[in-house]
Design a binder for this molecule. Structure first.
Ligand code: ZN
Length: 248
């Protein structure tokens, strides 16, 4: 029987059997895995809080014949504010879902793990417009996965001025002279480009109290969503989800 000792973040949990739950954990040392918490559906179970979504904890997990089982756990971070605030909860759910979709079973990435941990802490502790938070998170995520858009220079010729277009296939900003060299180049407002740069490069704490108009926020979101779809080949957001966030 193999024993795994690792820090992990709970991405989601489901019911299994009559009294148990199974958690999808992103472990720091072993990647994504499913672990059963025996008896976790009983209200007095010692595992009730161990598998709450967004919890960060140290776990001792043993490998059974068909499943992993949580044996012991010790809380590191409960993220209490996320549970109490619907807007924070929606953002955190989106974050956990994207990471869950990206990761294959047993796929390990310490960089992605630390990014997830940092992002959840920011959702919990900071007051940031939910759509701005998600745009910033998306940009940081695609960049971490190796698809950072080029925003300071034209992706085709390197020109720094007149960046008035954006192309998913070329991978970033395109100047007026090169717009025909990227078939999907779309007009880009100067303010939108500025916002995208700021959301990508600034840490989350720089996003508190910034004022961005609804039009720009939506344009940024549209560009990033299409860019992620092009490069990660996954669609993460439903239109309903974005509308819901806008109204929070
Ligand atoms: Zn150019």
């Amino acid at each position: 029987m193999r024993l795994l000792k690792t820090e992990a973040i709970v991405l989601k949990n489901n019911l299994i059997g009559e009294t148990d739950k199974i958690a999808t954990l992103f472990t720091k040392s072993y990647g994504k895995l499913q672990a059963v918490a025996k008896g976790a559906r009983r209200s007095k179970s010692r595992f009730v809080n161990a598998i709450r979504t967004f919890v960060v904890a140290n776990y001792v997990i043993f490998e059974g014949q068909n499943y992993y089982y949580i044996d012991q756990w010790e809380l590191i971070e409960a993220h209490k504010n996320i549970e109490k605030d619907l807007s924070k909860f929606s953002v955190a759910s989106y974050i956990a879902e994207t990471i869950n979709k990206i990761l294959e079973e047993n796929q390990k990435s310490e960089r992605l793990y630390l990014f997830l941990k940092h992002s959840l802490k920011a959702v919990d502790e900071l007051q940031i417009d939910p759509l701005i938070f998600i745009s910033s998170y998306d940009l940081k995520l695609v960049s971490l996965l190796g698809y950072m858009p080029q925003l300071d220079n034209c992706v085709v010729c390197g020109e720094r001025e007149n960046l008035k277009y954006f192309s998913n296939s070329c991978g970033g900003a395109v100047c007026i002279n090169c717009k025909n060299k990227c078939f999907d180049a779309k007009p880009l407002h100067e303010v939108t480009l500025k916002a995208i740069k700021y959301f990508l490069k600034g840490d989350y704490d720089k996003l508190q109290n910034i004022k961005v108009s609804v039009v720009i926020k939506e344009e940024v979101d549209k560009i990033i969503t299409a860019y992620m779809k092009e490069h990660l080949e996954i669609e993460f957001k439903s239109k309903d989800f974005i509308d819901k966030l806008q109204n929070m």
